[in-house]
Design a protein around this ligand. Sequence first.
Ligand code: ADP
Ligand code: ADP
Length: 230
Amino acid sequence: QFVNVSKEFVNKDDNVHALRELSLTVEKGDIFGVIGFSGAGKSTLLRMVNALETPTAGQVLVQGQNLAQLSPAELRKTRKEIAMVFQQFNLLDSRTVFDNVAMPLKLNHVPKAEIAERVEELLKFVELSDKRNAYPQKLSGGQKQRVGIARALATQPSILLCDEPTSALDPKTTDSILQLLQKVNRELGVTILIITHQISVIQKICNRVAVMENGRVAEQGTVLEVFSHP
Ligand code: ADP
Ligand code: ADP
């Protein structure tokens, strides 16, 4: 939940108001879409959910907790509930598919046998078991994003933040990735917040949407409410 959130970036010769008294609520179980042109403030909003950015004013609440009031230990715990998927996939090119997906588990000191079991399960879920030993350069964009999604799910997050997850993909691949995100939402119960400039993404999988303009929410509601009138 965002309550009157503003964010001002102070630069050398100008200040940028990236968010202006923005309020919105994402409910548990939503696939919530944020749409807007480049520069509208979408990335800044998304990055605030896992405290990569902090508000200049207002509050960001995750699972009812004001992020600004959490102790470092509490914040670490909350951030473990949140994972991210990127436009450019952000895979490690020098590691295999298996190792990319295993990375967050290794960082969390999960025992090796458990990692192997969990990674196989995840690769099956994203339908990439046969690519476990491939390196990212050998994969298509859609396959790379499947790896990105498997890696994000490794730590069993309850919230998935998606930053333009299909903007680097062709339309057919886009549809298959959107279907996979829908499966993540339905079968794993993960709440999804997705930022995009593509209206089709919103129409295909989101139940609620906020339209951002110049750091503000111009409109928000169900996808039908927001896109069914002129
Ligand atoms: P997008 O439009 O795809 O969201 P941006 O180019 O706006 O991507 O942002 C990419 C990264 O650069 C983000 O981490 C953002 O915080 C940072 N960034 C964007 N604009 C500026 C700026 N004027 N000065 C410094 N960093 C910026
Ligand atoms: P979007 O994701 O919708 O493209 P952003 O949140 O990336 O929008 O950016 C919103 C505004 O904030 C832009 O004018 C951008 O240049 C500015 N901005 C983003 N990050 C930074 C930063 N780290 N420093 C300075 N300005 C930034």
